[in-house]
Design a protein around this ligand. Structure first.
Ligand code: HEC
Length: 111
């Protein structure tokens, strides 16, 4: 009885660990995508091109533009946490880790 339980249990744990390892990065990305749609897409556009009415009015730069590409990750996270020009600051509503993940998400849109 007891042996039966462990032989079922151990591989189960192994599977779970492997599954979590594969899911973690995807989850962070999904979270950024959801946050982005909720907080940023109105100005920057779902695709990061800034082709929304608000984006155009505020002259938002395309994330894939040379100007944004040559900015460092620190520049981008600073713009998100402290705001930039007409863009609001997000340091109060986003965790530092979320901001970091958001920078990676922005880079992925610029490819
Ligand atoms: C109210 C409109 C608005 C919202 C909402 C907004 N932004 Fe911006 N964002 C701007 C504007 C305008 C700039 C350009 C500021 C400048 O260059 O003077 C900017 C600049 C940036 C930059 C720096 C790169 C650049 O183009 O200069 C990053 C990175 C950025 N935004 C990310 C985000 C993220 C991530 C969110 C959501 C958490 C967000 N923005 C929400 C308007 C907005």
């Amino acid at each position: 009885m007891r042996r039966n339980w462990t032989t079922k249990f151990i591989p189960g744990i192994g599977l779970l660990v492997v599954a979590t390892m594969f899911c973690a990065p995807a989850k962070a990305d999904e979270k950024s995508a959801a946050l982005y749609k909720q907080k940023c897409a109105a100005c920057h556009g779902v695709d990061g091109k800034g082709e929304t009415a608000t984006g155009k009015a505020m002259k938002v730069k395309e994330f894939a533009s040379e100007e944004v590409k040559k900015m460092s990750d620190e520049d981008l996270s600073e713009a998100i946490s402290k705001g930039k020009g007409k863009m609001p600051a997000y340091a109060k509503s986003m965790k530092p880790d979320d901001i970091k993940a958001m920078v990676a998400y922005i880079r992925s849109m610029a490819k």
